[in-house]
Every structure is written in C-alpha cells, then in structure tokens.
Design a protein around this ligand. Structure first.
Ligand SMILES: Nc1ncnc2c1ncn2[C@@H]1O[C@H](COP(=O)(O)OP(=O)(O)O)[C@@H](O)[C@H]1O
Ligand SMILES: [Mg+2]
Length: 329
C-alpha cells in the first residue's frame, strides 16, 4: 500500500515555505509559548541546567558530558491518534542516534510496555510504585528494552488507581516531577506517554515536562479537539509550568490517497504554523504489526516508510530542541 518513495516530508508549496527553527522570535502562529511573548532569553533557558552548579550542560551531542534530559510529554486527549506509537518510535529514533532515552508509560493501558515486549499485568513493579511508595525510586522501576539505548518505566492498570490516590496528595500535580527528578541526569531525553484524557495524570505529565509533542490524526474532527488541548496547555503554563513549550504537532495516520488528509495537514499548518512538523506519519498497517512483535517499527521493519518517517521526526525533534539552546553552548 505504500507506493510513495522515501519522501516523508510534505513539501511546502514554494510560496508558503515556512521558515523553521527561528526561535526565539515572534511566532506567527497560535503559539502559546510564553517564551515568545515574554522577555528575551526565556526561551533559551528551557533546556539549560536548573541544578545551578554550572557543571550541567543543556542537551547537546550524545557524549557532551553531564546534562539534564529534556522531558517531552506526548499528549492528546483523544485515544487512537498515535501517541504511544509516536512515543515509542521517536524515542527509538533518538536512541538510534546515540542518545540515552527513557520512555515513561503514563497510561494505565500500558501500551508502551506492550509495544516493547513487556506484559503489563505481569510486571513486578511499575510507575505506580515509584509514584506512591516512598521506598521505591524511579530508578528501581526502570527496565532496559531490547532496543539499544532505550529504557522504559512501564505501567499497568494500577496507574488508574494512582490517579485517584494522587487526588489526596499535597502538591498532587508535581508528583511525577518529584519521582522523575533523580533520573534527569541519566538520560538525554525522557518521553512521557500520556493517557487519552486531560485528567490528573496528563496534568502531572505536562507539569513535569519541558515540552509537549502532540500527535494530530489527519481527520477533520481532530482539529476541533486541538482547541481544548491548547487551552489546557495554556492553563498549565499559567498556573503550574511557565516553561512548558509546545515542541511540535505531528500529523499522523496521513493517507496520501485521500484529499482530506492533505487538507487537514494544510489547515493545521494555517492554524499552528511552524509548530507542525514537516514530517508526516502515513497510515500503514506496519504500525499495528510492530507492537505484536514487541518492537519499535525502527527495528521491526527498519527500512519501511514508517520507520524512515519516525527517524526524520526524531531528527526534527532534535533540531528543535538544540536550536533552543543558549547561544554559544
Ligand atoms: N501511522 C499509523 N498508521 C496506521 N496505524 C497506526 C498508525 N499509528 C498508530 N497506528 C495504530 O493505531 C492504533 C492506535 O495508536 P496508538 O499509538 O496506540 O494511539 P494512542 O496512544 O493515541 O491511543 C494502534 O493500533 C496503532 O498500532
Ligand atoms: Mg496510547
């Protein structure tokens, strides 16, 4: 079904070419980024060290010495839009580039674990224990995967109970932040795969994260849900996490045989400008097959269109994160 060539990036029409990676500068789009309407320099601090000792650098090349991970949450309150698939495969793409990557499954359905060969209900420990048991650290629940450079903190249905228990916690929105803090120096990237809701788990993920990556299904109704999601992100920026940045919107389930897939992409570009990645993820059955094999598509079907697209997307994510570094670093 994948008759197209290797080009996963939708070419911009020549007269509408959207300049990429111009940050920090005024955004021509619906960018809720406080960095673009605040003081100069705010944007550049986002990936810099917050530990204050000067020894910790922002994310850079894989062997740059100690630096803090960039935390990126995958969020969209709609299910089945490609959050988990994108989390697994962008994480794998960055691991393939030589980065140390951790994937935190923050959905009680445990899709990241399943997609990487773990059986959720057979887990001895999961993110639930690290969140709620003072004697269990995040490090205790990290599991290496068979994909080199990629670790996971798995989850299962216990996490649904955690969401209820967290309601009674002090600073309940910051629970995940406290839990993951000790791991920030151990990885270059930490991805958090959110559940399909805007409840307390997603609020925790967005409070913890430096950036949010939004998979947008190429269907007409998908754009409507974006307003609600952007509204939630803005509220979190105002109240809980001023430095949360929309790292990008990725069009998923793109069917190049239909006109409306292309139209949805164009409309997303009109609404969100350069926030929309050039890379689009086409609809292909290989994505349903890969989790059955318990592998990212990058290893399951390494040369497939889908694998190449996620490699391209990982590169774009990397470019966006590194272009946000302080000048000269
Ligand atoms: N680009 C794609 N083309 C076809 N199927 C896909 C694609 N991306 C994901 N899928 C499949 O769609 C279903 C939902 O994807 P998933 O990543 O689990 O979404 P979410 O995490 O948002 O609920 C899964 O069965 C997955 O294998
Ligand atoms: Mg999911």
């Amino acid at each position: 079904m994948e008759q197209q060539g290797p080009g996963q990036r939708l070419a911009d029409p020549p007269d509408q070419a959207i300049p990429q990676h111009r940050e920090p500068g005024p955004a021509p789009d619906a960018d809720g980024d406080p960095a673009t309407n605040g003081t100069a320099g705010v944007a550049t601090t986002e990936v810099a060290s917050v530990s204050g000792d000067g020894a910790v650098a922002p994310i850079g090349r894989p062997d740059d010495g100690p630096h803090e991970a960039r935390l990126i949450a995958l969020a969209n309150q709609k299910g089945g839009v490609g959050k988990t698939t994108t989390a697994i495969n962008v994480a794998a793409g960055l691991a393939e580039m030589g980065h140390r990557v951790l994937l935190v499954d923050f959905d009680p359905q445990g899709g990241c674990g399943i997609g990487l060969g773990l059986e959720p209900e057979g887990l001895e420990r999961s993110i639930y224990d690290a969140l709620l048991d003072r004697d269990v650290s995040a490090e205790d629940v990290v599991v290496p995967t068979s994909f080199p450079g990629l670790d996971i903190i798995p989850s299962n249905t216990d996490l649904a109970a955690a969401e209820l228990l967290l309601v009674n916690e002090v600073a309940r929105e910051q629970t995940l932040m406290r839990t993951l803090a000790p791991l920030r120096l151990k990885y270059d990237f930490i991805f958090i795969d959110c559940p399909p809701s805007l409840g307390l788990l997603t609020v925790n993920a967005l409070t913890t994260a430096d950036g949010v990556l939004i998979p947008l299904e190429c269907e007409y109704y998908a754009l409507r849900g974006m307003a609600r999601l952007m509204d939630s992100i803005e509220k979190i920026q105002e109240r809980l996490n001023p430095s949360l940045h929309v790292d990008g919107i990725v069009a998923t389930m793109y069917d190049n045989r239909t006109i409306h897939g292309r139209e949805v992409y164009e409309r997303a570009r009109e609404a969100f400008g350069r926030k929309v990645f050039d890379t689009v993820i086409r609809k292909t059955i290989r994505f349903a097959e890969a989790p059955v094999a318990g592998e990212p598509i990058l290893s399951y079907a390494s040369n497939s269109v889908g694998a190449q697209a996620y490699r391209e997307l990982a590169k774009e994510v990397m470019e966006r994160v590194t272009t946000r570094q302080p000048a000269g670093s």
